[in-house]
Design a binder for this molecule. Structure first.
Ligand SMILES: [Zn+2]
Length: 345
C-alpha cells in the first residue's frame, strides 16, 4: 500500500540515511520481519496499548468440550483456580493472551520474549513511523476482545472523547487501512438480551422469550457493537473480519438471538464492502430450541446479486461445541466449576 496514505503529514524524508535509500521492497521485508502476525489492542487506565498474541494454533484448552470433565466441583489447587479463571476469560480462546496483558507472573515468564519491542520503529522518525504503520495495516491481524476497546478503536464520524496518546493516534491511521480484524468476546448474556430487545428480530419462541424476559435489561453498554456495521464503511481496506462469540452464563447458547445480534452487520457489509469476507464462530445451538427466526441456520451466505453458488459466500458461519465447564462463585464464597453433561437449555 502507499505508506504516505496512512499518516498524511509532511516529514523529513531522511535520505541521508542509507536505510531509506534501499528499495521499498527491501524495507518492507525488514518491517515484515519485525511485525508479528497478530497483536491485541487493549484499554488500560483509559489508554490504548498493544499487547502480544501468544495463542498457539489449535490451542483451545481449557474450552473443553469432551464428554469427561477436566475438573469438577470446588477448586482446591492453584491449577484448579487457574483453570477457573481461564474458563471465564472474556477473551475466549485467547485466555493466555489475556494473562500476558494482565501481567500474570506465569505467563510473563513463559512468554518472556513476547514483548512489544517490535513497536520500536515507530519511535525512530516520522518517515519510519509512516512506513511501518502502513506495512502493519497490510500484514497484521488486530485482535479486539471487549466492547469498551472496540468502541474506541472503531472509526466514526465524530472525534472520540478519550484523550489521545501516541498509540491511539497510530491506531486511528492503522484501523482506517487495516486488512484483517479479529473480534473474540465472551460477553455478559445481558449484552445479547439488550440488543435483541432493541432490534427488529423479537423471539417467536415462547420458551426462549420467557427466559429473555427473565434476564431483562441490565446496564451493559452495547453501543460499540451496534456501531460496528456503520464503522465498516470507514474501513474500506478491510478484507477479513473474524468474529468469535460466547456468553458468560452457564445457560445454553440457544437463548441468544443470533439474527438480532448479527443481521445488521451482514446487511451493511453486503451493501458497503463487496471485498470483505466475514467468518463467525458460534457455539452450536441445541437442536430442540433452534429456530430460523432466532438462529442462523446456514453455513455461508452468497454474495447477493452475483449468482455465486452457496458455499462460496463471503459470510461463513462456523459452529463449535460449547465448553461444558462453567466457573461459578458458590454462596459460601468458594470458586467452583460446574459441569454440564448435555447441552440442554
Ligand atoms: Zn491472542
Amino acid at each position: 500500500m502507499d505508506a504516505k496514505a496512512v499518516i498524511p503529514a509532511s516529514f523529513n524524508t531522511q535520505l541521508q540515511s542509507p536505510f531509506f535509500t534501499t528499495p521499498s521492497e527491501l524495507r518492507d521485508a525488514i518491517y515484515d520481519h519485525l511485525i508479528p502476525p497478530r497483536a491485541h489492542i487493549i484499554l488500560r487506565n483509559q489508554r490504548l496499548q498493544f499487547s502480544a498474541c501468544v495463542r498457539r494454533n489449535g490451542e483451545d484448552w481449557p474450552l473443553h468440550t469432551g464428554p469427561d470433565p477436566i475438573v469438577k466441583g470446588k477448586c482446591r489447587t492453584a491449577a484448579d483456580h487457574l483453570l477457573w479463571e481461564r474458563l471465564r476469560s472474556p477473551w475466549g480462546s485467547h485466555f493466555r493472551c489475556e494473562e500476558v496483558a494482565n501481567g500474570s507472573e506465569d505467563s510473563q515468564q513463559e512468554f518472556e520474549g513476547e514483548t512489544m519491542v517490535w513497536m520500536n520503529p515507530t519511535r525512530v522518525c516520522r518517515r519510519m513511523l509512516t512506513e511501518f504503520v502502513g506495512r502493519m495495516a497490510d500484514v497484521i491481524v488486530l485482535h479486539v476482545n471487549d466492547l469498551n476497546t472496540l468502541g474506541i478503536v472503531l472509526p466514526r464520524d465524530s472525534e472520540p472523547e478519550q484523550p489521545k496518546n501516541k498509540t491511539s493516534t497510530l491506531l486511528e491511521h492503522l484501523v482506517g487501512h487495516l486488512k484483517a480484524l479479529d473480534i473474540s468476546m465472551r460477553l455478559d448474556l445481558s449484552a445479547y438480551v439488550n440488543i435483541e430487545q432493541e432490534s427488529d428480530y423479537p423471539s417467536k419462541n415462547p420458551d426462549l422469550s420467557d427466559l429473555v424476559q427473565r434476564f431483562g435489561k441490565r446496564d451493559v453498554p452495547t453501543s460499540a457493537w451496534t456501531a460496528l456495521p456503520l464503522a465498516l464503511k470507514y474501513m474500506p481496506a478491510l478484507r477479513h473480519l473474524d468474529i468469535w462469540l460466547d456468553h458468560t452464563h452457564p445457560m445454553s447458547w440457544c437463548i441468544v438471538n443470533e439474527r438480532a445480534f448479527l443481521t445488521p452487520l451482514f446487511t451493511m457489509t453486503l451493501r458497503t464492502n463487496p471485498d470483505l469476507a466475514i467468518s463467525i464462530n458460534l457455539p452450536k445451538p441445541n437442536p430442540r430450541y433452534q429456530s430460523p427466526d432466532r438462529h442462523l441456520l446456514w453455513d455461508s451466505l452468497e454474495v447477493l446479486g452475483t449468482g455465486q453458488k452457496s458455499g462460496s459466500g463471503r459470510i461463513r458461519i462456523i459452529r463449535r461445541d460449547r465448553q461444558r465447564q462453567s466457573p461459578v462463585n458458590w454462596l459460601d464464597g468458594t470458586a467452583r466449576i460446574n459441569w454440564r453433561s448435555d447441552l440442554s437449555i
